[in-house]
Design a protein around this ligand. Structure first.
Ligand code: PEP
Ligand code: MN
Length: 365
């Protein structure tokens, strides 16, 4: 339930509503807004008798949230939430950041080459898994802690913020020390203890849709993070399993406007896992942006043919550059903008790699 106060409600009236909610045995979450304050009520299993609250001074309206997810719903919060992972890198506003990089961190040379290629192509953030959830236990599992150290180095060298996956609670604390945004992968979308853990950590979270998850399942998983007090959640459409083997997954473009209707949280598109085929990544990235995605996350490897994971869906650096140029045109057509790389922060990869002096490129792109 959500209690919307009158724009002229006093702080004493707001406090009285909070007290009344607590007396009824529920938890009150006041949310001051530009025009008026709303007070969310959580901790109830079923419908609350709202008559007592509705009668209190200063109350304009009581809204019963009809969805099973509450805090992530648009009923709960009408304005879109903006999630900022680093200075100048926000999801959910007018700007559209591009997260790019290899599936896995493989070596120092590989991740630095990738980071500079992303930067040179006009990308906004670097992705790369140190902890990899592989379908087979015999496949490359990631470099673990060493991979995180290499990501920290790549951020220092390129200035790009880092998005990387955590697979369990212990890993989440390690990832949080390095990452600007903690990725929860499709296979862990319903790992509720992990979701609660990243909710408590409080860093931005990129939550991927499970491969057999409905949109309601995805939003309920996000609710776990918000229920711990962390509303910095970026949702991610990455395709769902289907009967047709012609692509790795079926990239569900409709999920993007559907999520915007149901939730105030931003959603990004991952056409790499969404298709699994390099040649299909560019058209589906364009389509995701046109459909309203608040960002694109895409796999790019400096040498995809020797990648230790997901090489077949990884773009070549030149393809990433071409894609971002096209995304700029799509963004302009729909009144948005691909997040610009800050002037003066740009370093050519050769220069940065040879001299090692690029330093933290100010993180203000
Ligand atoms: C990944 O981002 O490399 C990944 C494993 O993605 P997903 O969880 O969507 O399969
Ligand atoms: Mn991958």
């Amino acid at each position: 339930m959500l209690v919307v106060m009158h724009p002229s409600a006093t702080s004493a009236e707001i406090s009285r509503v909070v007290e009344a909610v607590e007396e009824m045995g529920y938890e009150a979450r006041p949310m001051p807004g530009a025009q008026r304050t709303a007070i969310g009520i959580v901790g109830n299993d079923g419908r609350i008798d709202s008559s007592r609250i509705a009668a209190l001074a200063g109350v304009a309206q009581v809204i019963h949230v009809t969805q099973p997810y509450k805090q992530v719903s648009r009923e709960w919060r009408a304005e879109s939430t903006i999630v900022t992972i680093a200075p100048g890198v926000s999801f959910g506003g007018n700007d559209v950041p591009i997260i790019a990089g290899p599936c896995s961190v493989e070596s120092e040379t590989q991740i630095l080459e990738a980071a500079h290629a992303v930067r040179d192509a006009g990308g906004t953030a670097l992705r790369g898994g140190a902890f990899k959830p592989r379908s087979s236990p015999y496949s490359f599992q990631g470099l673990g802690k060493q991979g995180l150290e290499l990501l920290a180095l790549a951020r220092r060298e390129s200035g790009l913020p880092i998005v990387t996956e955590a697979m369990d609670e212990e890993g989440a604390h390690l990832v949080a020390e390095v990452a600007d945004c903690i990725q929860i992968g499709a296979r862990n979308m319903q790992n509720y203890s992990l979701l609660k853990c990243v909710g408590r950590i409080g860093k931005p979270v990129l939550l991927k849709r499970g491969m057999a998850a409905t949109i309601a399942d995805l939003l309920l998983s996000a609710e776990y993070v918000l229920s711990e007090g962390n509303d910095q959640v970026i949702l991610c459409e990455r395709g769902v399993r289907t009967f047709d083997p012609s692509a790795r997954n079926m990239f569900d473009l409709t999920a993007i406007p559907t999520v915007h209707e149901l939730s105030h949280l931003p959603i990004v598109g991952d056409p790499s896992h969404g298709t699994g085929v390099r040649d299909k990544v560019t058209p589906m990235a364009r389509a995701a942006l046109a459909a309203g995605a608040d960002g694109i996350i895409v796999e790019m490897h400096p040498h995809p043919d020797s990648a230790l994971s997901d090489g077949a869906q990884s773009l070549y650096p030149a393809q990433l550059r071409a894609l971002i140029d096209e995304l700029r045109a799509v963004a302009t057509a729909i009144g948005r903008r691909v997040t610009p790389v800050a002037k003066g922060a740009h370093q050519s990869s050769d220069n940065a790699l040879q001299t090692g002096t690029s330093g933290p490129a100010a993180g203000k792109h």
